[in-house]
Design a protein around this ligand. Structure first.
Ligand SMILES: Cc1cc2nc3c(=O)[nH]c(=O)nc-3n(C[C@H](O)[C@H](O)[C@H](O)COP(=O)(O)O)c2cc1C
Length: 177
């Protein structure tokens, strides 16, 4: 064990499951890929996500008081890269990706038909942590594929993962089974 820079530790903490925060407010909607997410409560079921206020989706979640957490599988790596490198301020992410928005049962945010699972979340709290905001949501409805495939993750080049897509910033893959 040795003393290191904080930044050199983050790449060691793979895999990181990718999740999309999906939100809609006043006729505008977005898909915001995230790495920073956690379960926070069993009963009621609750989730927390960390989102930069610079992201357009931040305002959609604040305005609507709701978000969906949609979990992409390996075939949605390209869509993840697109949605994570463009803003809904100037791009219609649904039109570009061809993804299927289904109406949420309990919240005013769309569920993504192609994802492995979706959690509908009602916003219960938002607070600032450094340069991001933590949004805490109660999970009020859930969806899952009958035959769910592997979850898309941020991975490294080691043998335990199968790389699906890379660019200069990200390596997407799945855990080998
Ligand atoms: C794999 C991946 C993980 C990301 N994780 C986060 C995150 O945890 N928090 C965050 O605020 N942005 C994260 N981003 C960046 C946002 O997805 C990105 O800024 C997006 O374009 C915002 O879109 P919007 O302006 O429509 O909300 C991530 C992007 C990618 C590709």
């Amino acid at each position: 064990m040795r003393d290191v820079d904080v930044g050199s530790v983050w790449p060691l903490l793979r895999p990181e499951v990718v999740v999309w925060a999906v939100a809609e407010y006043e006729g505008t909607r977005s898909i915001c890929p995230l790495g920073w997410t956690m379960r926070t409560s069993i009963s009621p079921p609750m989730m927390a996500i960390s989102v930069s206020p610079q992201n357009f989706t931040h305002g959609l979640m604040e305005g609507s008081g709701a978000f969906v957490l949609a979990y992409p599988g390996r075939e949605l790596a390209e869509a993840t890269l697109y949605c994570g490198s463009h803003s809904a301020r100037d791009s219609d992410k649904f039109a570009y990706t061809g993804l299927t928005p289904l109406p949420g049962r309990q919240v005013a945010a769309p569920v993504i038909g192609e994802c492995v699972a979706n959690l509908e979340c009602r916003l219960v709290e938002r607070f600032t942590t450094g340069d991001h905001s933590i949004f805490v949501g109660e999970v009020v409805a859930a969806w899952a594929q009958e035959d769910p495939g592997a979850l898309l993750c941020l991975v490294d080049a080691s043998a335990g993962y199968e790389t699906v897509l890379t660019d200069e910033r990200f390596r997407f893959g799945v855990v080998r089974r």
